[in-house]
Design a protein around this ligand. Structure first.
Ligand SMILES: *[C@@H]1O[C@H](CO)[C@@H](O)[C@H](O)[C@H]1NC(C)=O
Length: 106
């Protein structure tokens, strides 16, 4: 449940990021995904407008009552007005969604 909330927050934050004018945005880089079965994944991409996202997850304590998914990742976007690049690194695990970024109060 917590993880669903975490994913929702990431999506909201990403879509709240400033978008440029309606210019074509191209995929410039895609990390080959490394999805070896259940409970482990890894993906990433970078767009021509400077937006990028990467994320990986690992299943902790697999097979026990304390099994949990630990997700870590980051997303980056560039404010088209100021050309300032923002990056948020985040961890989402049994302690919840924990974003970190220079522009986010600790
Ligand atoms: C699961 O976590 C609880 C609380 O931390 C702990 O008491 C219990 O021993 C853990 N169970 C296993 C199988 O590690």
């Amino acid at each position: 449940m917590k993880l669903l909330v975490a994913f929702a927050l990431v999506v909201v934050a990403a879509s709240a990021a400033p978008q440029g004018h309606q210019e074509d945005v191209l995929l410039v880089k895609e990390t080959p995904s490394d999805n070896i079965g259940v409970g482990h994944y890894n993906y990433g991409y970078e767009l021509s407008n400077g937006q990028a996202h990467q994320e990986s997850a690992e299943l902790l304590n697999a097979g026990t009552e304390n099994e949990s998914l630990a997700v870590r990742g980051s997303f980056t976007w560039v404010d088209p007005q100021t050309n300032v690049r923002y990056t948020v690194n985040y961890v989402a695990d049994e302690n919840g969604f924990q974003p970190q970024g220079d522009h986010i109060p600790a």
